[in-house]
Every structure is written in C-alpha cells, then in structure tokens.
Design a protein around this ligand. Structure first.
Ligand SMILES: [Zn+2]
Length: 180
C-alpha cells in the first residue's frame, strides 16, 4: 500500500559548491548485514535461538511443509549468545503449544509476532513440564518406538535439559533429541 516517498529530491546544478557525494566512504557492510534475512509482512520471527538448535526448531514447527516464505539463519554472531539462529516465517502465527515446544530446545528464544512489517507482540517462551509427541525416545526397545503410541516426556531439568520418558523411564539430554 504505502509507497516509499522520495523526498529531498533536488535537480542538478544546485547553487551550493560543496554538494559533493561522499557515499563511497560509507560502511556498506552494515547494510549488507541487515539484508541477510529479508523482512516479513505477516508472520513470526524467532530470535535468540541457540546456534545448535536452529534446525531443531525448524523441525519442531514442521517448516518443511509451510507454504509461505521461511528464512532460516544459523550461526549468526551474537554478543550475548556467541552463536545464535533466527527464523522468519511468513504467514504463520505460533500457537502457545508450539511456543512451549520450542522452549525445549531454545529456552531463551524470543517469539515476535509481525503484522504489517512491525513487531506487534513479543512472546517469551516457557519450558513445559511435560512434552507430548515432539521428541522420539532414544531407547530402541521403548514401546513408543514399537507401537502406535505418542511419546511423552517429563522435563526433569531445564538447563541443561534433562527429560525422562514416561514409558521406559530413560533419561535424555539435549544431544539425544530427535524430533518426531
Ligand atoms: Zn522411552
């Protein structure tokens, strides 16, 4: 809708002698950084994802099946986190349930709801106490791997993550997580 206005357009041959362009000395690197992920109009931006959890978050949200634009950036340099990931999803608003699932692998992630290119709402993720049907049990003889049963885990510890299978009682950490 809103067309960018072009203001301050001046014709050639201005009366000022010092009207020289000095743009070549501007640090173009800064601009390039901003463009590394494009803005979205309506949807969700997930920020502050731990570097090693970015693709797990994408899996949890089944972004491989999303029809809108999805931008995934991993291993971005972050002052506070070392390496972090950002995911932008056009045309998708997360449910509280999805937000809670993300918390398992990204306990400090920020969920930004974008409307008309602006952040309308920020949701803080909250680790759930029970994780239903998100993670596969790493125990091959667990009944969830052999029968049609949804997995269920209890979160024993949030950071570092420790979860326990409801069925076989196996403990798992963040390196064992495989998304269902
Ligand atoms: Zn199990």
């Amino acid at each position: 809708m809103a067309k960018p206005k072009k203001g301050k357009k001046r014709g050639k041959g201005g009366d000022r002698i010092r009207a020289k362009k000095v743009d070549s000395s501007m640090p173009l690197v800064e601009k390039k950084k901003e463009l590394s992920i494009s803005a979205i109009r309506e949807g969700t931006v997930l920020d502050h994802i731990p570097g090693d959890a970015t693709f797990k978050v994408a899996e949890i949200l089944h972004l491989g099946h999303h029809n809108g634009t999805v931008s995934v950036a991993a291993n971005l340099n972050s002052k506070s986190m070392g390496k972090k990931g950002i995911i932008k999803i056009e045309g998708k608003f997360l449910t509280q349930d999805e937000v809670n699932k993300i918390a398992i692998v990204a306990p400090d992630a920020t969920v930004n709801i974008i409307k008309n290119y602006e952040v309308k709402e920020k949701i803080k993720v909250k680790s759930p106490d029970v994780v239903d049907n998100v993670i596969r049990c790493s125990n091959p003889v667990c009944m969830t791997n052999n029968e049609q049963i949804n997995t269920k885990f209890y979160v024993v510890k949030k950071d570092p993550l420790k979860i326990r299978c409801h069925y076989c009682e196996r403990y798992m950490g963040k390196d064992d997580l495989e998304i269902v």
